[in-house]
Design a protein. Structure first.
Length: 93
């Protein structure tokens, strides 16, 4: 399946979190032959910085991202690696 338009859709939906920065990488080609790839869902890596994450732990931040992405998480996105941080936090990965 072609995921060319999906990174843009992801960035658009994440605007709900008023991010300072968003980077989306489509890693679907790295997972060719994987069961999730066969079903049509893409594999993506996300880096997002938003003040909305201030005071929230990793799980809460991931839930905020999932909520913003809504139905994409139940079909077009099979796997999403998330690095979510608040402004001023170190970029530790």
């Amino acid at each position: 399946m072609n995921h060319d338009d999906l990174p843009g859709e992801i960035r658009t939906r994440l605007q709900a979190l008023d991010p300072d920065a968003v980077a989306v990488e489509d890693e679907s080609a790295l997972h060719a032959g994987h069961a999730g790839a066969a079903s049509g869902g893409g594999h993506f890596r996300l880096q997002i910085t938003s003040a909305a994450f201030s005071g929230h732990g990793k799980v809460a931040r991931h839930r905020m991202v999932y909520a913003a992405l809504g139905d994409l998480m139940r079909g077009r996105i099979h796997a999403l690696a998330i690095h979510a941080r608040a402004p001023g936090e170190p970029d530790a990965r």
